[in-house]
Design a protein around this ligand. Structure first.
Ligand code: ZN
Ligand code: ZN
Length: 597
């Protein structure tokens, strides 16, 4: 009789408890419910425990739930698959606690057999945690255990596995292997793999895969198209980007979705047609213009050195009631930096804290140092670095050295770049900086020693390369390149260019020549620089008067910059060069950067 009464009371209590849990919105209520669970002996009720865990997770208190669920004297018999999945999902969704999610997955495996075996819902959560951690070995070990239990062929599981591999350094090859072995590819698999290539800066592979996807006959969704557009943006492939736009119209794919629209604006800005980007932005229904869309437009302006327009867009954004975030400030401050708007830059930087309550990150400080350095305020830049609340990044120091070099503060430049080499002896650009400081001070012996030191340490050099898109194909050139099928003609053209621009008054800049003179291969000569070869190729292959668009992976060198200005006059061409940090628009002997980059 006593027992029966308990059961009845328990049955009522569990329903009541579930109802209270459903309306629980704060931690203090959660602790009260916890007490109720213990009081009515509901700690063995799987449904209640799972709900309790889910609510705890929503309240950011998953640790609290787990300390109760997995305490040494808790009864693990009611811990079923569903409960474990809830716990793993909660940790996978919590930054900094993703590893704990994987620990619970391991606990689940050890506990297995008691109704708590992993199922196909478990793995996407575990892999999400692994992707967040970005540890390739960990991903591989979970992959192996999914395989052992036969879940790796499940489309959901395999897709999350691809995502994990794409999120780990060096994992892209493994991702592709999983992708190739799937029998059941769906649109998510394709998008994830294409996105993986984009994230790994393998945008040509992303485009190639997209072409196979089309042949495969499946309909891409918004996420796929956004990825393809960002691959085009990365490659600076305007023709390809335009083709994607036309393709979307032809296939009646929804362009008005926010992610596609933003990706389209970003693509046009990064591929050199910033006016089209702006036009698209203006066509966007004002209600859809989130801070991301404004950021694409403002950063696009920054990239093209149209600082004043970036500033007025920012003011317009605030006027429209859109609240700025930290990312839009990076675009805005870099616009101020690239256009020499020092006063405005200071004002906006200060307003981050005073008006918007946004704590500047190291990237924002970086924009400010870059701005001061470019404008030649070396002392101010140094003072600013001294006051930074965090350790300055190498990028910040490099901006300062560039400023020292161009303002003749060579002793400081030498000291800072030597420090950079101590911090990161395997980074090529640190040696290049130091040797460029020596070149400026015409100290050739020290410069040669700096180059030799780099050689001794076997620092890997990143070769400068320039890409050009022609009739849907991407051609890539490196300095002294002889890989191209038509290289004899290209070299001939490069020589002709050199003769013509010299006749028009071009003089190779001394310090840059000296930088090259100690390279053994004479192919490294200036007029064999990758952008010169790409320009020669473009002049051979494109109709007279058409715009030439180039993409350079590093910063344009001083010498190619002045040569390109003269080429734009001699050959009557507009030349657009996207380098590592901005666009240069060469026209009639001038560059849009006003020689300030
Ligand atoms: Zn060059
Ligand atoms: Zn320029």
């Amino acid at each position: 009789m006593y027992g029966r009464r308990m059961t009845t009371a328990g049955a009522g209590a569990d329903l009541a408890c579930l109802a209270v849990l459903r309306h629980c919105t704060c931690f203090s209520k959660l602790t009260q419910i916890h007490a109720t669970i213990l009081k009515f002996g509901l700690h063995n009720n799987g449904v209640i425990l799972t709900k309790f865990t889910a609510v705890s997770s929503d309240l950011g208190a998953i640790d609290y739930a787990c300390s109760f669920l997995f305490s040494p004297n808790s009864d693990l018999h009611c811990h079923d698959t569903f409960l474990f999945n809830t716990v793993i999902k909660a940790y996978a969704d919590t930054p900094h606690l993703k590893r704990t999610g994987v620990c619970y997955y391991r606990k689940m495996l050890r506990h297995g057999g008691g109704g708590a075996d992993p199922n196909n819902y478990t793995y996407p959560f575990v892999f999400k945690a692994c992707a967040g951690i970005g540890d390739l070995k960990l991903g591989q070990s979970v992959h192996a255990s999914a395989m052992k239990l036969g879940f790796h062929f499940h489309a959901h599981v395999a897709n999350s596995m691809i995502h994990t591999y794409c999120s780990c350094e060096g994992g892209i090859g493994y991702a592709r292997k999983v992708f190739d072995e799937m029998p059941e590819l769906n649109v998510v698999s394709w998008s994830t793999m294409i996105g993986g290539y984009v994230k790994s800066s393998m945008s040509s592979d992303a485009i190639k895969l997209f072409r196979s996807f089309q042949i495969h006959g499946e309909r891409p969704d918004e996420a796929t198209m956004a990825m393809v557009l960002s691959a085009c943006a990365d490659l600076g492939a305007l023709e390809l980007g335009r083709w994607v736009e036309a393709y979307m119209v032809r296939e009646n794919l929804p362009m008005e979705s926010e992610i596609v629209y933003n990706a389209m604006i970003d693509m046009f800005a990064k591929c050199g047609d910033v006016d089209k980007a702006l036009k698209l932005f203006r066509k966007m229904p004002p209600g859809k213009r989130t801070v991301v869309a404004w950021t694409c437009a403002i950063s696009g302006m920054a990239l093209h050195g149209r600082g004043l327009e970036a500033v007025s867009l920012f003011e317009e954004m605030k006027g429209a009631g859109v609240v700025p975030d930290d990312v839009v400030f990076i675009g805005l401050l870099s616009a101020c930096s690239h256009s020499g708007l020092v006063k405005e830059g200071w004002r906006y930087f200060d307003s981050m804290v005073t008006e918007h309550g946004i704590e500047p990150r190291v990237e924002h400080y970086g924009c400010m140092v870059d701005m001061l350095s470019r404008a030649g305020f070396v002392e101010e830049a140094l003072k600013f670095i001294d006051k930074m609340p965090m350790a300055p990044s190498p990028v910040i120091w490099r901006s300062l050295v560039s400023a020292c070099r161009s303002r003749g503060q060579l002793a400081l430049g030498e000291r800072v770049s030597k420090n950079l080499i101590v911090q990161d002896p395997m980074e090529e650009s640190n040696y290049v900086l130091l040797s460029s400081v020596y070149a400026k001070s015409q100290d050739w012996a020290k410069k040669t020693r700096a180059r030799e030191a780099m050689g001794k340490k076997r620092v890997q050099k990143i070769p400068g390369s320039t890409m050009i898109e022609l009739a849907g194909d991407i051609h890539e050139f490196v300095a002294g390149d002889k890989c191209h099928a038509e290289y004899p003609k290209i070299y001939e053209m490069a020589d002709e260019m050199e003769t013509k621009i010299r006749a028009a008054g071009y003089v190779a800049s001394a310090s840059e020549v000296m930088l090259d003179i100690d390279r053994e291969d004479k192919e490294g000569a200036l007029h064999r620089h990758s952008e010169r070869l790409a320009m020669a190729f473009a002049l051979l292959k494109t109709p007279p008067g058409s715009t030439i668009r180039l993409m350079k992976n590093l910063r344009v060198c001083d010498d190619c910059h002045s040569a390109t200005k003269i080429i734009s006059v001699v050959y009557r061409r507009e030349i657009l060069v996207r380098d590592r940090s901005r666009f240069h628009h060469f026209k009639n002997g001038l560059c849009s950067c006003k020689d300030f980059w």
